[in-house]
Design a protein around this ligand. Structure first.
Ligand code: ADP
Ligand code: MG
Length: 244
């Protein structure tokens, strides 16, 4: 579903990603871990060209874009193949829960209001927030806002869902409800997901595979068991010790 080849990203003099190569299968759930500031968010943002890589080739669902030659049209087309759940939810403050979910269906997919509303109601049910349909973001808890963020990401039915630390802005007691919704999605859908998180227990439960990003490269990869339980990689071991 996703192939990333020789991805390089730089901001001015700072080379954040040096040479990232990744392949993710259709339906695979991959968790990306690594120290703060190593480029995990940057990597996700490259997949939809919110960040333009200096070099490299990204292929999603058979559509390839070369960073050096990509036209705006190609970037836009690639962008439709993923949807993102953000650390800070990124909901529109002046729109209600259901309007936030409907927004990308109406503006990007040009669905009719009626059709978008039908999909949104089903998604509100799925994330357990039908009763908050007409609430504005400020009238919801962080956990509820993020569940709306997840519903919005699902609404466009993209091939791949990208989660960028979906629970790291939440108070500890609200983390569980959001992870619960993601776990339920993993169980019910065969969707390809790439999740950045520091929640290792959750990662162990949902991930088919873990990627460890450090110093601009993926330096370790394996199943949760390989990486967490029989960890022979010293730097991964050290990282896990710092966050547990
Ligand atoms: P992570 O998500 O792993 O914590 P980020 O991808 O957010 O890391 O950031 C990686 C590095 O790139 C950091 O040093 C950060 O300051 C820098 N960075 C990220 N985005 C930009 C940007 N738009 N302009 C300049 N530097 C950036
Ligand atoms: Mg980040």
């Amino acid at each position: 579903m996703i192939t990333v080849e020789h991805l390089k990203v730089q901001f001015g003099q700072l080379v954040v990603l040096k040479d990232v190569n990744v392949q993710i299968d259709d339906g695979e759930v991959v968790v990306l871990i690594g120290p703060s500031g190593t480029g995990k968010s940057t990597f996700l943002r490259c997949l939809n060209f919110l960040v333009r890589p200096a070099e490299g080739k990204i292929t999603i669902d058979g559509f390839s874009v070369d960073a050096r030659t990509a036209s705006k049209r190609e970037c836009d087309h690639l962008r439709l193949k993923t949807s993102m759940v953000f650390q800070n939810y990124n909901l529109l403050k002046n729109k209600t829960a259901i309007q936030n979910i409907m927004e990308p269906m109406v503006t990007v997919q040009k669905k009719s209001k009626k059709e978008a509303e039908e999909v949104a109601v089903n998604l509100l049910k799925k994330v357990g927030l039908l009763q908050k349909k007409d609430a504005y973001p400020k009238e919801m808890s962080g956990g509820q806002q993020q569940r709306i963020g997840i519903a919005r990401a699902l609404a466009v039915n993209a091939n791949v869902i990208l989660f960028d630390e979906p629970t790291s802005s939440l108070d500890p007691e609200l983390v569980g409800e959001v992870l619960g919704v993601i776990k339920q999605l993993v169980a019910e859908h065969n969707k390809t997901m790439l999740i950045v998180t520091h929640e290792m227990k959750f990662a162990r439960e949902v991930a088919d595979r873990i990627l460890f990003l450090e110093d601009g490269c993926i330096t370790a990869t394996g199943t949760p068991q390989e990486l967490f339980e029989n960890c022979t990689n010293e730097r991964v071991g050290r990282f896990l010790n710092t966050i547990n």
